[in-house]
Design a protein around this ligand. Sequence first.
Ligand SMILES: Cc1cc2nc3c(=O)[nH]c(=O)nc-3n(C[C@H](O)[C@H](O)[C@H](O)COP(=O)(O)O)c2cc1C
Length: 191
Amino acid sequence: MSISLPKPELKGEKSLEECIYERESIRNFKDKIIEVEKISQILWATQGRKGEKRTVPSAGATYPLEIYVTLKDKGFFHYNIKTHSLQLITEDDLSKNLARASLDQYFIAEAYLNVIICAEFSRTTNRYGQRGVRYVFIEVGHSAQNIHLEVVALGLVSVPIGAFDDDMVKEALDLPKKIEPLYIIPIGYST
Ligand SMILES: Cc1cc2nc3c(=O)[nH]c(=O)nc-3n(C[C@H](O)[C@H](O)[C@H](O)COP(=O)(O)O)c2cc1C
């Protein structure tokens, strides 16, 4: 099963400066569904395709990032960048496991949407050696900041999560061996 996402909009209601000013880490989420148009917009900002390139820069255009999401009522998905769609992995709600793997930061399980930014390091280290590791970490920051700003533009809130046990997250989400989780971003409507 896959969910095709609507075409992203290039105009919003808030200016970039308002989004930068209003961005802050919010950890209280309403029990409310996020509309598919907004999910589409967030994933496009995270790693959306723009011809051969994407909405975030990448060292040597090696594009090491892979994006996964949990949707509270629908399950766990992989973002297909090429087709701008979500591919269902399991209908189980894995957000509780994700919260447990993240030092029990319970609000992760309360967010309607969690974006898990992962990487296959070898795509970049094959070209740049050890330096490529730094490039991947920098790239995750580009992607995450796009998410935080887009979220504000859409009237939602988010928080970046770096405190988690890598192996526990990999196990909780049953990620492929070569895919490393780097950042978790819970998103929802604020209470
Ligand atoms: C790399 C990184 C990791 C973070 N990890 C967590 C985390 O695990 N849990 C959490 O609640 N906040 C986390 N934060 C959010 C910070 O606590 C927050 O950005 C900081 O307190 C400043 O507040 P602001 O984001 O509202 O400006 C993280 C932020 C960064 C940049």
